[in-house]
Design a protein around this ligand. Structure first.
Ligand SMILES: [Zn+2]
Length: 568
């Protein structure tokens, strides 16, 4: 591959910048109306198109027919400033990260007043602008404050709050965002087609997830996959080999396994962390950070979590919401304590892997932990089991599922003996010993769990009822060469699932998304918390009776209610 994909498919006009319409549309309108400003600030995460957009802005301003959002492509300036073109003497790019920029800034201050050589505007693109030293910033400020009419500044930065405020306040600020998974996936598919390489089902979602919403990272990963493609294109095997070992994927696998109380997979994941050369200390510190994020997700309502964890793409946030619900607030807090303590123990330790495994073991086994947080975790699990047990026999199910989460604050002292007794009877205390977590070729259970949200999305397109049964109250427990085992919240939901022949739908979704054809086996798994926001949410605009308008919980409630009546 002669040219990296990110460079090869770099856009030259705003219409080709993906996922940033909230920025590119108003900028295009300003260009059309000739209402441009003399200083712009493009902020946002790395790899989302800030620098590309700065160059497009320069091209749009300096086109002979400009300013225009549709540069002609014919004039000298358009040819010079096309993506991967030779560049223009009047468009000056400076990288504040590699220079102190003090000398450059003084030089710029002196030269800015000279007219552009060939173009309408002299445009300065200052990348990593937050790294401008104070001397450079002050030198620039003079020009930004009183710019000659032919000078335009475009500052690009990942950290706009660090740009000195006297400069920032003189710019028009455009925040770029991570690209939503659906848009990024469509873009990647288009590129695969253009490159003439076939890509197996399930590969693109893996790439999207590994990129975390950064177009540059996504194209870099895709480029590597395409470079290693065989005659049949890129197989899922190759992709999982490469992408199953990224930091994010390993972290997701570990937390998914924690949430499912699945020790086998958790220790396999630790094994993969070590085998793939990751530093156990780094992994533990990433795990601690993830647990912190999950606590934020768990503590805050949907919109607030979105604001605080705004670097996260929506699908990842949704995934974390699900993980947080399954582990529970007390479980998260306790796991974070254990991880933090383990991280301290790791300092100077000769066998950090051993300590990482101990951390995992401690988090998995709240039984025997008599600290307050250990008790709270046990109570949390019991409450879930208690909520679940009567569900299939009482008509009051929907009401119960809709009730607010129980208060936990004053429980531990007097409940503790009952906990010890009940824990032997509670269904959650039964370990999933019967379910194997051995890898099936490369399609192991971690791989399947990673792809599960995509499978659910596919199910949603096929039948809403099946989706509603699965979305908040089911998880993958096992896979072998015959079956995929799905745990579902209670026997009522399982029966509905089977009676409605939803297994056919789910099986087809697995075939379509992952290319894996297995019989679907449903078992009851009470460790799933039914009090998820998805399970509780009931939209006000629902029209009863119209199935397509009903939320998942409403459908589920109706289905369970109907079943109870039939059984009477
Ligand atoms: Zn032109």
């Amino acid at each position: 591959m002669s040219l990296a994909l990110y460079r090869k498919y770099r856009p030259s006009v705003f219409a080709d910048v993906i996922g940033q319409e909230h920025v590119t549309v108003p900028l295009s309108n300003a260009l059309s109306a000739d209402r441009t400003h003399h200083a712009y600030l493009f902020s946002g995460p790395r790899g989302c198109g800030k620098t590309s957009s700065a160059r497009i802005m320069a091209r749009s301003l300096n086109c002979e027919k400009g300013p225009t959002p549709n540069p002609c492509g014919e004039c000298q300036s358009c040819k010079d400033l096309v993506a991967n073109g030779p560049g223009s003497i009047d468009v000056i790019e400076l990288d504040a990260a590699t220079h102190g920029l003090v000398d450059d800034a003084r030089d710029l201050r002196d030269k800015a007043f000279f007219a552009p050589v060939n173009s309408k505007y002299k445009i300065y693109i200052i990348d990593e602008a937050h790294q401008l030293g104070p001397g450079a910033a002050n030198a620039l400020l003079k020009v930004v404050e009183e710019p000659p009419p032919h000078v335009i500044f475009i500052f690009a930065t990942t950290e706009p709050e660090k740009l000195i405020s006297t400069i920032r306040s003189r710019t028009h600020h455009y925040p770029f965002r991570l690209v939503p998974p659906g848009i990024l996936a469509a873009h990647l598919e288009k590129i695969c087609n253009a490159e003439g390489v076939t890509v197996a089902k399930g590969v693109i979602p893996l790439v999207v997830r590994a990129s975390g919403g950064s177009v540059r990272d996504a194209l870099s990963v895709l480029g590597q996959l395409l470079a290693g493609a065989g005659v049949d294109g890129v197989s899922y095997d190759i992709a999982i080999q490469l992408l199953g070992f990224t930091d994010g994927a390993l972290l997701d696998d570990a937390v998914d396994a924690l949430a499912a109380h699945d020790g086998a997979t958790l220790f396999q994941t630790v094994d993969r962390v070590i085998e793939s050369g990751h530093d156990p200390r780094r992994f533990t510190s990433d795990l601690l950070e993830r647990l912190r994020d999950l606590m934020i997700v768990s503590a805050l309502a949907e919109t607030n979590a979105n604001t605080i964890l705004r670097e996260l793409p929506d699908d990842q946030l949704e995934r974390m919401r699900n993980q947080a619900q399954r582990i529970g607030a007390a479980g998260l807090s306790r796991a974070a304590d254990i991880a933090a303590q383990g991280l301290t123990e790791m300092r100077g330790a000769t066998a950090p892997r051993l300590i990482l495994e101990l951390i995992c073991g401690r988090i998995l086994l709240p039984i025997g932990d008599t600290s307050e947080s250990g008790l709270l975790t046990r109570i949390e699990r019991l409450e879930r089991a208690e909520n679940l047990a009567p569900m299939s026999t009482q008509p009051a199910v929907p009401v119960r599922a809709a009730a607010p989460a129980p208060q936990r604050a004053s429980v531990p002292d007097f409940v503790a003996p009952a906990v010890a007794e009940a824990i032997h009877e509670a269904p959650v205390a039964i370990k999933k010993e019967t379910i194997k977590a051995e890898p099936i070729g490369s399609m192991d259970i971690s791989g399947l769990r990673r792809i599960w949200p995509d499978v659910i999305e596919d199910v949603k397109k096929r039948r809403r009822l099946t989706w509603s049964l699965l979305s908040a109250s089911a998880q993958i427990l096992g896979v072998d060469d015959k079956n995929i085992t799905i745990g579902i919240v209670n026997s009522g939901a399982r029966d509905s699932f089977i009676r409605s022949e939803s297994d056919v739908i789910l099986r087809q979704a697995f075939i379509d998304v992952v290319g894996l054809d297995r019989k679907i086996e449903m078992v009851v798994d009470p460790s799933i918390n039914p009090n998820t926001p998805q399970a509780r949410a009931t939209r006000v605009d629902e029209a009863p009776g119209d199935e397509t308008q009903l939320s998942g919980s409403a459908l589920l409630a109706r289905e369970l209610g109907a079943q109870v009546i039939r059984e009477k």
